[in-house]
Design a protein around this ligand. Structure first.
Ligand code: SF4
Ligand code: SF4
Length: 541
């Protein structure tokens, strides 16, 4: 391993590493536009110039490999001057429209200009005109005048999505980023180009001009869009523009996780938050009244339900449960305990989302669109569609009096008529979920559940990696996490499950289940933890 010196700091780096990688390892910041650790190296922007002892010319740090004994300066006077010139050159044709640019606040032209630009422009000529506000795909808009031709977006489409929609056309100062003729930027990962564009050339259609980025709060969490469990940041804005729109989540951004998604997320997952503040959110408990529902208090809803559970049990009737792999490990654990204590629980089936074959690939997007199927499996739930079929069949035969359904199951491989008939045979169907849809419409009682951005807990992804969700928002209206609904119901039933927060639930799980042994919810590392699942065989259902 070569030893080199950067800014008087001696470090040992892996052979073959470049100077910028060595500097990153040492925590020394070298500016960059075209360099991105997830893409190939092209060395076109020249902003990463450094001085190397014994070399007459400055060298690009992103392209130059380290060598034994190399002495590098990233802050010498020559380097500072060179950066200033490169920046001036990059901005020669830029419209300098920061006040109306949506990238302001997270633009690396602004950032570096303030850090080491601050030059008096010498450019006298008119700036080149290029294409403005070009809709290049369903989610992305291009302002070619702001583009610095770093080719990050082109390389993303060539190397990561491998869909090749973008290219640089023309030469010299007429060079311009554009989609290939007749082609739209609409691959399943298209918005990552916006994330990696270091300037305001590519912006997101859903997000642009809604808020300034400095008003956003950031919460690290996990995408609930499928069983891959990509790491994300939830950007929320509860105080300003979005509040007026009735929308609290401004956007989701990828968060680096070397084991799962590296730097990327898919577009479907990115927009999977739109239901959080949608008009069809269930915000209060409600009971059926004729064709519609009438809101009731939590107290009234839980009392009615508790009476019904007791009546059913004393009468020898059966109570069925259909869980959901959208629920967290903690929700499912409490459901299992609740069911054992009060419902005489059998092996509970959970439904996945959906049973049909949606788009999936061998990169990130899983066929299973639920985030916690593996967690459900580890807790002993039945995750095969056969489990749901068996439960619906029992309903059809009139064997189930009271049926709890968590989240939406219609369209999950069952005809709506079949579900209608199954539900009609039950005396009561209690729907616990976040949004009204076809399943909730067929229920007799609605209990509002929080969405995944409104709760803390954990998911286990398809590779058995457990990851922590962090609460970014307060539950909307009177909604609660599913574990809390069941805990509160257990209190009304007179035999309370003693959980006060998800950490308590996880602690009990860790004490009783070999796979989770010794873990604590709050100590799950930021990039998750691979569970050793060999101990699961024989775990009670
Ligand atoms: S649009 Fe952005 S990412 Fe693409 S080449 Fe231009 S500056 Fe780079
Ligand atoms: S691949 Fe799955 S987990 Fe990753 S962002 Fe897309 S939907 Fe979310």
């Amino acid at each position: 391993m070569p030893r080199i010196t950067i800014d008087e700091q001696e470090i040992e780096v892996a052979a073959g590493a470049t100077i910028i990688q060595a500097a990153d390892q040492a925590g020394i910041d070298i500016p960059r536009y075209c360099y991105h650790p997830g893409l190939s190296i092209v060395g076109v922007c020249r902003i990463c110039l450094v001085e190397i002892e014994g070399m007459p010319k400055l060298q690009v740090a992103c392209y130059t490999p380290v060598a034994e004994g190399m002495v590098v300066s990233t802050k010498s006077e020559r380097v500072q001057q060179a950066r200033k010139h490169v920046l001036e050159f990059l901005l020669a044709n830029h419209p300098i429209d920061c006040p109306v640019c949506d990238q302001a606040g997270e633009c690396w032209l602004q950032e570096y200009y303030m850090q080491f630009g601050l030059y008096d422009p010498k450019m006298q000529e008119d700036k080149n005109k290029k294409h403005k506000a070009v809709v290049v795909g369903p989610h992305v808009i291009l302002d070619a005048e702001r583009c610095i031709l770093c080719t990050r977006c082109v390389r993303f489409c060539d190397e990561i999505s491998q869909t090749h929609e973008l290219g640089i056309f023309n030469r010299g100062d007429h060079a311009e980023l554009m989609p290939m003729p007749g082609v739209a930027l609409e691959n399943p990962y298209s918005v990552n180009t916006v994330d990696i564009c270091p300037v305001g050339a590519l912006t997101e259609r859903d997000f642009r001009f809604k808020t300034r980025v400095w008003y956003l709060d950031t919460t690290p969490s996990v995408c609930a869009g499928c069983s891959t469990g990509c790491n994300i940041e939830i950007h929320t804005n509860t105080e300003r523009t979005y509040k007026a729109e009735g929308r609290r989540v401004a956007r989701l951004k990828p968060r680096y996780n070397a084991h799962i998604n590296q730097f990327w997320i898919c577009d479907e997952g990115r927009y999977s938050f739109l239901h959080v503040d949608a008009d069809n959110r269930i915000t209060r408990p409600a009971v059926r009244k004729g064709e519609g529902f009438e809101p009731v208090s939590w107290q009234e809803a839980l009392r009615t339900l508790a009476d019904d559970i007791e009546k059913t049990r004393h009468g020898g009737g059966k109570i069925g449960v259909i869980g959901s792999a959208q629920m967290t490990v903690e929700d499912l654990y409490v459901l299992r305990e609740f069911s054992r204590r009060f419902l005489g629980g059998d092996k509970i089936p959970v439904h996945l989302r959906p049973f049909e074959e949606p788009y999936h690939d061998d990169f990130l997007i899983s066929k299973d669109r639920t985030p916690n199927t593996r967690g459900a499996e580890l807790l002993g739930f039945s995750v095969s569609p056969a489990g749901i079929s068996k439960m619906l069949e029992a309903c059809h035969k009139g064997e189930i009096e009271l049926l709890f359904v968590f989240h939406h199951i219609l369209g999950r491989g069952f005809e709506s008529g079949y579900i209608d008939e199954a539900f009609a045979k039950c005396r009561q169907v209690i729907f616990i979920g976040s949004n009204e849809q076809a399943t909730s419409e067929r229920a007799h009682m609605l209990l509002p559940a929080s969405t995944w951005v409104e709760k803390e807990g954990s998911f286990v992804n398809r590779d058995s990696r457990i990851q922590k969700l962090n609460q970014a928002l307060a539950p909307l209206g009177e909604s609660k996490p599913e574990w809390k609904i069941l805990r509160d119901l257990s209190r009304v039933l007179g035999n309370a499950l003693a959980y006060f927060e998800p950490g308590d639930i996880f602690a009990e799980l860790a004490a009783s289940h070999p796979t989770f042994q010794g873990l604590s919810l709050h100590d799950i590392p930021a990039d998750g933890l691979l569970l050793s699942t060999t101990a699961v065989a024989g775990e009670p259902g």
